[in-house]
Design a protein around this ligand. Structure first.
Ligand code: GLY
Length: 329
């Protein structure tokens, strides 16, 4: 039975009362689920296709999952057409583009940077924080000084097109706290997770955050356990969407813990999405999506609203996968 027919069959069983539709509980896995052998890399949204290809080169040469995901993240950070990551990212409401990123390997090592301005590759700086400092996170002026001291490339932001949009926004905008609509046309963040030829996991997450955010705001992407969590004993998970909601449920860490306790990736992602739905009365514009891989090679994801997808690259595949979701926009 193909996946769609399986979903329809599941819905039919609910309709005839053979499966209890328990709100917020774990449903049988009639969501996307696939078991992959060998190395693989998955990333949030359509920009993940190019990012995965950059990461795949690292995996093909026997590189680590961590290095593959950092390479993938750097590819997206260099894309001047991307409005939610790196050089092409949108600024905060004072016109400053501040970037956030983190990375983690399967042995529990991690690094992170937040509120970093004028540096091309926050993902690579996060890895340097992990490798060259005793700290897990550097932010603001300290993060920038660390990046400059270590010779990381500088950039001038916002780029002219983004500045033009910002000035127009500033003129017209009335509702400073309106949530951005996050979907495949207007995606946010890239989160990448991978498994290498040794069976080790790694992940990286990078973003310019909520467009026109308050200065100083950090989302989930630089926060280990929120935007990303990796553990070789279990697998890896990463998140995209409204960072405030993801932080408040420790999203990616909980996905990994649910997998540790036996859930498949899609089930674990769905359970965390349902927690977000239960905890937030106002779901207007509250899109969040999670993707995960477990140590058996099962891959999955789930989102609050339709429109979320992820890119997957393996020995035989290079494609987008739509996740299941709880509700329609
Ligand atoms: N998920 C990215 C952010 O909220 O900043």
């Amino acid at each position: 039975m193909d996946r769609r027919k399986f979903i329809q069959a599941g819905s039919l069983l609910v309709a005839v009362g053979m499966i209890e539709p328990v709100k917020g509980a774990i449903l049988p896995a009639y969501m996307f689920e696939e078991r992959i052998e060998g190395p693989l890399i998955i990333s949030t949204w359509i920009h993940g296709l190019e990012a995965n290809r950059a990461g795949w080169k690292v995996l093909q040469q026997g590189g680590s999952a961590l290095d593959a995901t950092v390479a993938g993240a750097m590819q997206t950070e260099s894309d001047i057409t991307n409005r939610s990551v790196g050089i092409g990212g949108r600024p905060d409401r004072t016109g400053h583009v501040t970037l956030d990123a983190c990375c983690m390997d399967g042995d529990g090592r991690s690094g992170s940077v937040g509120f970093l301005e004028g540096i091309a590759h926050p993902a690579a700086v996060a890895k340097a924080v992990m490798e060259k400092t005793p700290h897990a996170m550097l932010v603001g002026a300290g993060a920038k000084q660390f990046a400059l001291d270590h010779g990381f490339e500088t950039i001038k932001t916002p780029i002219p097109e983004v500045k033009k949009d910002y000035l127009a926004w500033k003129k017209e905008n009335k509702d400073l706290f309106k949530r951005p609509k996050i979907n495949h046309e207007n995606h946010d963040t890239i989160g990448l997770i991978a498994r290498d030829a040794n069976g080790s996991f790694g992940g990286t997450c990078t973003t310019s955050g909520w467009a026109y955010k308050m200065p100083g705001r950090l989302g989930d992407s630089p926060i280990i356990g929120a935007g990303l969590f990796v553990d070789n004993e279990v697998g890896a998970a990463t998140a995209t969407g409204l960072g405030e909601a993801i932080i408040r449920v420790a999203g990616s860490a909980i996905v990994v813990e649910l997998m540790r306790n036996g859930m498949k990736p899609s089930e674990a992602c769905r359970e965390v999405v349902m927690r977000i739905i239960r905890k937030n009365k106002d779901l207007t514009g509250l899109q969040c999506g999670f993707i995960a891989i477990d140590n058996k090679g099962n891959v999955g994801g789930f989102s609050v609203y339709n429109g979320f997808n992820f890119a997957m690259k393996t020995n035989t595949r290079d494609e987008m996968v739509d996740t299941e979701y709880d509700r329609k926009w």
